[in-house]
Design a protein around this ligand. Structure first.
Ligand SMILES: Nc1ncnc2c1ncn2[C@@H]1O[C@H](COP(=O)(O)OP(=O)(O)OP(=O)(O)O)[C@@H](O)[C@H]1O
Ligand SMILES: [Mg+2]
Length: 272
């Protein structure tokens, strides 16, 4: 078999010209906050997502992603297929996943989740069982994350790739996930404030699995609402109580693990 132009790629000087040479670039993501530039590339009948970083901070997060994917694989987490060096950094190769992220901030545009035609608003209009199934997938993927000894960092609706035709939920961009627990040695962690736990903003605080529990509780809260103002809860009162405990300010009062959160969630969902 001849070497595959992406899966067997070694050092490449310039990513985009290379991708144009070996395939057809059908999409480019140039406007990301991360500083990475990513491409949808067709090679024959295959479609790939190639994410590249040419400056050091972005490359650090892609090197972190390589370790994350080595530690955890799950059907809901888009699988990393290959990584290769490029001038100044690194490129990661993933299968292309159909769908849209529920939220897509770019360098020039943030917000817009409330707009009726936004992916998030569309998701919030889906039938309840469909939403609950997608939430289960998110929880289940994070059970695997927990079992791998990893913590969710920078998890938000921008990581949730949803296919409105197939109703499938896939998670991408887990580049900031880290082994834990750890002490926060910066003023804050990267992430979306709407999802982040209070301790993620306190230098010196302990970031552990209860931080992940909080973030997942926020995902449940925000995805199971009819609107963007958290005024239209679609779940049951007992489901809301589980969310309340998951998102308690004091980590000591939250569920002690993703496993415990999931058990509580499934127990009330079955009872309702
Ligand atoms: N495997 C994939 N298949 C198809 N599209 C993808 C895939 N992974 C990510 N995307 C799309 O590419 C966009 C950018 O990817 P990603 O979020 O990994 O980049 P990023 O540079 O880390 O962006 P950000 O600064 O928002 O974190 C995502 O918002 C999503 O729309
Ligand atoms: Mg990112």
């Amino acid at each position: 078999m001849p070497p595959h132009p992406l899966l067997d790629a070694g050092f490449i000087d310039a990513l985009e010209p290379y991708l144009e040479e070996v395939g057809t670039v059908f999409h480019a993501f140039r406007e990301q906050d991360s500083g990475c530039v990513s491409f949808g590339v067709a090679v024959g009948s295959e479609r790939w997502f190639v994410k590249g970083a040419t400056e050091s901070e972005a490359a650090v997060s892609l090197r972190r992603a390589v370790k994350i994917h080595a530690a955890v694989q799950h059907s809901v987490i888009v699988p990393l297929q290959h990584a290769f060096d490029i001038a100044g950094g690194l490129a990661l190769v993933y299968p292309w996943v159909d769908g849209v992220v529920l939220y897509h901030p770019t360098l020039s545009r943030h917000g817009g989740r409330a707009a009726p035609d936004s992916p998030m608003a569309r998701f919030r209009r889906l039938p309840l069982p469909v939403v609950l199934q997608a939430l289960d997938k998110i929880l289940d993927a994070h059970l695997a994350v927990e079992r791998a000894g990893l913590l969710a960092v920078d998890f938000y609706d921008g990581c949730m790739l949803y296919d409105f035709d197939a109703h499938s939920m896939v998670l991408c961009d887990l580049d900031e996930y880290r082994p834990g627990p750890f002490l926060l040695d910066a003023e804050r962690l990267p992430g979306s404030r709407r999802f982040m736990a209070p301790e993620e903003f306190v230098k010196g605080s302990t970031i552990d699995v209860r931080t992940t529990v909080f973030v997942l509780g926020r995902a449940l809260r925000l995805l199971l609402d009819a609107g963007d103002e958290e005024q239209g809860w679609r779940g049951s009162p007992s489901q809301l109580a589980v969310v309340g405990r998951a998102t308690t300010r004091d980590p000591a009062h939250r569920y002690a693990s993703v496993d415990a959160l999931m058990q509580a969630w499934h127990a009330v969902s079955a009872a309702d």
